[in-house]
Design a protein around this ligand. Sequence first.
Ligand code: NAD
Ligand code: DAU
Length: 336
Amino acid sequence: MKKVLVTGGAGFIGSNFIRYMLGKYDQYKIINLDLLTYAGNLENLKGLEAHPNYEFIRGDIADRQQVDQIVSRGISYIINFAAESHVDRSIEEPEIFARTNIMGTQSLLDAAKKYSVEKYVQVSTDEVYGSLGQTGSFTEETSLAPNSPYSASKAAADLLVRAYHETFHLPVNITRCSNNYGPYQFPEKLIPLMIANAYEEKELPVYGDGLNVRDWLHVEDHCSAIDLVIHKGKPGQVYNIGGNNEKTNIEIVKLILGILNKSESLIKYVKDRPGHDRRYAIDSSKIQSELGWIPKYTFDKGIEETIHWYLENKQWWLQIRSGAYLDYYEKMYSNR
Ligand code: NAD
Ligand code: DAU
């Protein structure tokens, strides 16, 4: 049985990926290394605790000794999801983004090299490309121009991954994905935050004029893309992954209010995010033509299912919103 090290597997995308992999394959043992920061939540993996092909280890990807010890157990694939992932937090506290996202990646790469893993996949983001004007989309050849401390740390990590391929021939892939949505997303991010606030009839804070554009991808389609990259991705290659669903933020917010049958008077325009990227759009033609990736969700189906998931799993987000997250939320929005 092959061992797959998934880092950050207690977060939003990582936990969906672990469910996806255990549901699809019998021949992989999944080892989940996660520090359980504010964003890591073992509730996301409920029901898998006793699964024979699953093991959880609490730890830090930047802890070189711990990472070395885990990878020395004969890991075939490393999929690095672990990161500080929230742009707003990176503006408040950039240092932890550099530590986890850059130094953590370096530590994983060194272990991957030392123990000759078969494939290292770096889960990156379209934000490394910066911001687009009204037309065009990011391709894998677009130059990197990150604008936030978060995206700068992800871009730095991507360059390290690239360098380990060029210098040491480490079999790597980098995936750059657009905004994900779906179950288990931490309710600081746009879609779950707006669903929860609308449900509780709290104000919906829309940054700036609400016309920034994001390209939305259902998390399950992201998981199927990563699965293909692990197994079929050509070493050294970058693959963009996008949903081809460009929406302005205000469109998303109004859509959620409409589905929940809540009043648009809950919308509150607030001070813009500094360095706020105006528009993202991803050209996914490379992964579609080279690896045969076909996303299965339309945005209409995905958002409806997602809203229902949050309504059916209120306990999950109510618990998060009543804990330490409350202090963060109050601090963030008190000065907007
Ligand atoms: P998340 O914040 O929900 O989860 C991150 C996970 O990493 C958490 O479980 C956290 O505990 C863990 N973690 C943080 N620091 C760690 C450390 N030092 N060692 C071990 N574990 C640590 O993030 P997400 O939205 O699931 O994103 C996962 C990855 O995908 C990130 O690398 C992110 O940059 C990338 N990405 C996210 C999106 C998106 O829309 N959410 C889009 C493109 C790319
Ligand atoms: O594009 C991929 C990226 O998507 C990932 O790399 C990041 O990890 C992920 O967090 C996400 O970044 P964004 O900054 O795009 O996501 P966020 O949900 O924070 O914001 C989406 C848009 O909504 C953005 O234009 C800011 C806006 N926004 C966000 C929040 C939280 C608001 O208007 N109000 C809000 O309260």
